[in-house]
Design a protein around this ligand. Sequence first.
Ligand code: NI
Length: 174
Amino acid sequence: MSLRNIIIEPDPILREKSLPVEKVDSDLQKLLNEMLETMYAAPGIGLAAVQVGILKRLIVIDISKEKEKKNPLFLINPEITFRSEKTSIYEEGCLSIPGHFAEIERPATCHLDYVDYNGKKKAFKAEGLLATCIQHEVDHLNGVLFIDYLSKLKKDMIIKKLIKQKKELDKVIL
Ligand code: NI
């Protein structure tokens, strides 16, 4: 199994809208497995396919704690069907925005329709960290990043730093 490269902001692909998956087959499952391994290796608790350069509506999530048993969640064509009025705030980060974190307010509860790893239609209700994580990842499928919820000033500052980080990385490679 091979790890995938994670795309770092700013990159125009992160602003694209991902397309629905037509069918769940072994190629798609292989991609999901690679996304999961890439996420675990990073490490992170959520990853959308667009973050590895693939514009498909695919998400992997695992919010289990370090010493707990792994509990991966594969979400194909996820659709949020309900968002609560009650909100909660979590400090969010993103594998495509390394080293930057910000408190983001989102609906505290959401309901989700999706297709699972075996191609079966499913639904569930999420709250707490899982609800935030799902909303963050579904945003990715629509070209939205958590920094879009910040003031323009804060967002521009983070992007400027990411560009600088990228340039320094290029220097090392050259
Ligand atoms: Ni993210």
